[in-house]
Design a protein around this ligand. Structure first.
Ligand code: ATP
Ligand code: MG
Length: 1073
């Protein structure tokens, strides 16, 4: 389609211009021309809406032909490209802002997945891959399987931005990527709460380990926990383990020499919480010997360079000029590289950093270095033959220096070490006989010791990492967590000389290929039959017979090897003969004219194996004498390595409890003098005790495979197939033949086929309904796990090309993603709804609580007020009654003295006028004696506060004599000191002489104020009178008087009358009390 959209859009917006059309309308059908014309109508009011356009005949005709049309479109695009190559445009995928700027993006959208290929054969697949590789599109899908071509150059597509891009989006939104595979596994883990397993396979050097790193990187990004340290630790794990387990080979500079299954553990919410590594079948033989052009394990070079730069080589007894035999390659290069290569030095620092980050202690790290240096030193021990009278084939160590160096670094006795290397014990009929070793045997023992040291050290490091990375039980229960396992094993190898190691590696790859076949072809096709699905069977290369040839008992290759290893007289020649006699199948052959050689037709090609040394490698004997010596080391770690038992897979067991239990029961003579040895086993000869003695490499291998598979089958598999585009490790070089071989061996063509036609996901009705019922049913409904429910869900989801079996729903590989996205959408809506509802409920609850609290507050307040009022009332009423009693007590004697019969007859309403003078002296004396306070009252010292405290006697009240100041301590002085003194001066003579006091005195003022206060308290609105004023009684006064039990006082009269008039109100108030 040649549409210049930009120009057309521009033209379309210009008013007055005719509406744009297709470039060559005559090339297109009428419906299409009409449809485009409708779309481009300038006046938006006249332009039909999208819904209307969907009813256009052109669109309607496309219904149900999406795939076909996509393919046609792809062809048209292809043709157009050939016709007019300059008309390339740059596009980005609309919905994502696609990171790669790819030309002809629409086409690549389709070509991202080989399943979309119209013509499916090896040629088209190769063509596609080559074209994409040229565009640096190294990843391609085959349905849900990812093909990864090794770019042999650093690409800028693994940054955090890319991690963000591949986070929970539709797979088709972005170009294929290793992050997308990691994301798919992660999404499945979170959505279905199920373990996942990512299987990375491919030849050596195809990029498995790099892919595994990238997966770990992305999973760590996706599973972001708050625990940053854990994330950092996990990211360091691979580097550390690979420094010990990887080496440079003829094929790959960083070749994995062991199988690694890394499990990352996640919480149910998808936060990473720990990790665990399982290691399988380390190629220990590399420690002692490497093929031409190959190297020892990386760590030896890193350590050497690091110690050299730290000037610590002498501390570890490592020579500066001549490299140790185990890392020497016959050239001067090694030492040069070690001393001058910056990369080694940096790697050493990186390793130290890894150790630190992961949590190894400095002491542990130093012990590790010592063991590594010990291995290098042991390698330098040479043997020479000596002949004695009785024996001619004895061996000795001519140069004691190397032996002493080794013994020193390993913290063992040099004499004991020499003895262990040059002789051995044989137990016959309960007797232990010591026999000398020949030179060859001594050398074998030395190498066996080095291999065992390295193998167990590696195993210990892995165990230690596992301990340090295990989930924190305080944060999450490990049982609730789920794993994503990442399998990265040594790739298929075919060297010029292949030995026992290559045989094991290739059998392991054979097993992984079988696992792939089972999942992709066998299980799927079996289910079609069982469920009555009509699907065209896809032929594939089943490697089961070959695997049986290796693994079956008693006549499989490994079983035969084990059997032969048990015969002391067996040789490599007898072994090959045995193979030839028993392995009678098309996969095994013996090439003519080549001694000790046999060939195997592997799934990935023919490989010729050299049988020399295979028997001995399989026996992997470590003499007991060596174990005994190593157990006596003062290096704690070294002791442990030879104390902890080995598992059936040949690794160190993680049995701390056992070691400590053993060390507790250690006989004293072992702990005296020498460092304590941690096991009981040391007191027995290992040959008598260790059952592992009889274990062979083949049996470790067999168990390792079983263990690995048992871990893998638990998880839902995701496959990444790595492909090496060339053998020369060059970027952008696509060698068709090499790629084709790998495509064939891995069955890519068949895989495309089965993904096109088949149904990669088969889900039980029950499981399907349980997973997806939200898509078609209401949340509270519980639809039955029936066919009908499944159909309802599938139809509601608008999926096509699904099939129903007897018990299962058969889905295409892309359906699951679509369903999951729909589910996520629904869940998203549910979450929003729940959030709103929760918000509303919360607000309502808050309102209720607030109302309740307010009510409560009011109740409490009113109760308190009531209580307070009652208390005050009680106080007032008490005071009143006291006052009344007091007044009555004062008045009573006078009435008694000048008793007025009328007054008595008037029910206590005595005529006060006649009694006033009599009150004066006698009563005051009386009162003064009975109560000093009351005396003060009369002396004019009573005021408001003292009145209020009548019920709480002051400390002074207990004394007969009043306080010289006449004030209780809490009353505080009301006047300045001088004034107070003056007042006392005036007061004292008056009291003594019983003179009636003047109203204008300060005491009177106080008294008066006090009185007013009391009145005020009673609610009187009367204003206080001015001192010394004579007041005419007003209505209110009348009222009080009428209330007073005391008879009214005449308004005019003597000073005493004045006094009493004023005090009548006091009397009133008291009477009121
Ligand atoms: N995605 C990538 N980006 C850049 N370089 C890569 C990538 N994948 C692989 N390589 C290059 O290819 C080399 C070999 O890759 P890798 O070590 O992962 O192979 P392998 O499959 O693990 O091999 P083996 O089976 O020997 O362990 C790497 O050292 C690296 O240089
Ligand atoms: Mg690797």
């Amino acid at each position: 389609m040649k549409m210049r959209w930009k120009e057309k859009r521009k033209a379309a917006t210009a008013p007055g211009n005719p509406p744009p059309t297709l470039l060559h309308p005559e090339n297109w059908c009428e419906e299409f021309n009409h449809f485009i014309a409708q779309c481009l109508i300038k006046d938006f009011e006249k332009r039909p809406s999208v819904t209307q356009l969907l009813d256009h005949p052109f669109i309607k005709e496309a219904h149900g032909k999406v795939m076909l049309l996509q393919k046609q479109l792809a062809t048209v695009l292809q043709d157009q490209k050939h016709l007019n190559p300059v008309a390339k445009t740059r596009h980005e995928r609309m919905h994502t802002g696609r990171p790669y700027r790819v030309e002809n993006a629409e086409k690549y959208c389709l070509e991202d997945d080989l399943v979309n290929l119209e013509v499916l054969n090896e040629d088209t697949i190769l063509h596609q891959l080559q074209k994409r590789y040229a565009d640096l599109l190294i990843y391609t899908y085959v349905g849900d399987i990812l093909i990864a071509l090794n770019p042999f150059q650093n690409l800028s597509i693994y940054s955090p931005q890319f991690s963000r891009l591949y986070h929970g989006v539709r797979r088709a939104s972005n170009p294929p990527h290793i992050f997308a595979s990691a994301d798919a596994a992660y999404q499945c883990l979170v959505t279905f709460s199920k373990d996942q397993c990512i299987v990375i396979s491919g030849e050596s050097g195809s990029g498995k380990t790099e892919s595994a790193h990238l997966i770990v990187q992305h999973l760590t990004f996706l599973g972001k926990a708050n625990n940053q340290t854990l994330r950092e630790k996990i990211l360091q794990v691979n580097s550390l383990v690979e420094a010990f387990g990887n080496a440079s080979t003829a094929i790959n500079d960083n070749s994995s020499r062991f199988g690694k299954y890394l499990e990352m553990m996640f919480t149910p919410t998808g936060a990473v919480m720990g990790a665990r590594i399982s290691e399988y079948l380390l190629e220990k033989s590399r420690v002692i010997k490497q093929a031409a052009g190959e190297k020892n394990f990386h760590i030896f070079y890193y350590i050497y360079a690091g110690l050299y730069h730290q000037e610590k080589l002498s501390e570890f007894r490592l020579p500066e000029e001549k490299p140790p035999r185990y890392i020497a390659d016959g050239t001067e290069r090694v030492m040069q590289d070690i001393t001058s290569k910056e990369s080694y030095r940096r790697q050493f620092e990186a390793i130290q950093h890894c150790f630190r980050i992961i949590g190894f202690t400095e002491k542990e790290v130093q012990s590790v270095y010592r063991i590594l240096a010990g291995i290098l030193n042991i390698g330098n021990v040479e043997f020479a033959a000596i002949s004695s009278q009785h024996q001619t084939d004895k061996s000795e160590v001519p140069n004691a220096e190397a032996l002493e160096n080794a013994a020193f670094v390993l913290c063992i006795s040099p004499e004991e070490l020499q003895e262990a290397l040059t002789s051995h014990c044989v137990v016959t009929r309960g007797e232990t006989i010591v026999r000398a070793n020949t030179v060859d045997r001594a050398a074998d023992v030395r190498d066996a010791m080095s291999k065992a040291l390295y193998g167990r050290l590696f195993s210990w490091i892995v165990n230690r990492i596992n301990t340090l990375l295990q989930p924190d039980r305080n944060i999450c229960n490990a049982d609730q967590g789920m794993n994503v396992g990442i399998l990265d094993i040594f790739g298929f190898e075919n060297f010029q000389r292949n030995s026992f190691e290559q045989l094991c590696i290739n059998i392991a790859n054979e097993q992984i290929q079988y696992y792939f076949n089972q999942h992709v072809f066998a299980l799927e096709q079996m289910e079609y039959q069982n469920e009555g699905i009509n699907a065209i069977p896809v032929e594939y290369e089943d490697n089961r017979p070959l695997l049986d040839m290796f693994l079956q008992k008693p006549l499989g290759l490994l079983a035969l090897l084990d059997e032969e290893s048990r015969f002391p007289q067996a040789t490599d020649q007898t072994l090959v003969d045995k193979f030839e006699d028993n392995l009678r199948c098309k996969y095994f052959w013996r090439p003519k004219g080549v001694e000790l050689c046999f060939g195997i037709q592997h799934y990935a090609g023919k490989v010729l194996y050299d049988a020399s040394g295979v028997l001995e490698k399989n026996r992997d004997t470590l003499p007991a004498d060596v174990v005994v010596v190593l157990r006596t080391s003062e290096n704690k770690l070294l002791q442990q390595l030879f104390t902890i038992p080995l598992t059936k897979t040949g690794n160190l067991a993680q049995t701390k409890a056992r070691i400590s239990a053993a060390s507790r029961s250690l006989p004293p003579h072992f702990s005296a003098g020498r460092a304590k040895v941690d096991t009981l086993e040391v007191i027995r000869h290992p040959e008598e005790t260790t059952s592992m003695k009889r274990q062979t490499m083949a049996s470790y291998f067999r168990y390792s495979l079983m263990d690995l598979l048992s871990k893998m089958v638990v998880g839902q598999p995701h496959f990444v197939r790595c492909i090496k585009p060339n053998d020369s490790r060059e970027a952008l070089k696509f060698c068709r033949e090499r790629v084709l071989v790998q495509l064939r061996s891995t069955g890519i063509l068949e895989t495309v086929n089965i993904r096109q036609q088949g149904y990669s996901h088969r889900i039980l009705f029950e499981e399907f309904v349980k997973r997806y019922y939200y898509l078609a049913f209401k949340a509270h409904q519980t639809p039955p796990a029936s066919k009908e429910s499944c159909v309802a869900i599938l139809e509601k989801s608008r999926l096509d090309r699904w099939v129903l079996g007897k018990t299962k729903v058969f889905l295409k590989y892309y359906h699951v993603e679509q369903l999951n996205l729909l589910l996520r959408e629904v869940m998203g809506r549910v979450v929003v709804l729940q959030a709103y509802t929760k918000g509303w409920l919360g607000a309502r609850r808050y309102k209720r609580v607030r109302e309740k609290r307010e009510k409560g507050a009011i109740t409490i307040q009113s109760a308190w007020r009531r209580y307070d009022a009652q208390r005050k009332f009680k106080k007032i009423s008490n005071r009143r009654s006291e006052s009344a009693v007091y007044i009555q007590a004062v008045l009573k004697p006078s009435t008694d003295q000048g008793s007025c019969p009328e007054a008595e007859a008037n029910n206590g309403h005595a005529d006060s006028s006649s009694t006033f003078p009599a009150v004066t002296e006698k009563n005051r004396h009386l009162q003064a004696r009975s109560s000093p306070r009351e005396c003060d009252v009369f002396a004019g010292h009573v005021h408001k506060h003292s009145l209020a405290r009548t019920d709480a006697p002051s400390p002074q009240t207990g004394h007969a004599a009043p306080d010289p100041h006449g004030l209780s301590p809490w009353e505080g002085p009301c006047k300045p000191d001088s004034e107070d003194r003056l007042a006392r001066k005036q007061r004292t003579p008056r009291r003594r002489c019983q003179q009636p006091k003047m109203l204008s005195s300060p005491e009177d003022t106080m008294y008066y104020n006090q009185l007013n206060g009391t009145l005020e308290y009673q609610g009187s609105k009367r204003k206080p009178r001015k001192l010394g004023q004579i007041k005419v009684l007003d209505g209110e006064d009348e009222y009080y008087r009428s209330l007073s039990p005391v008879a009214c006082v005449p308004e005019e009269g003597s000073t005493a009358q004045h006094f009493f008039f004023n005090s009548s109100s006091k009397g009133d108030s008291f009477a009121q009390h």
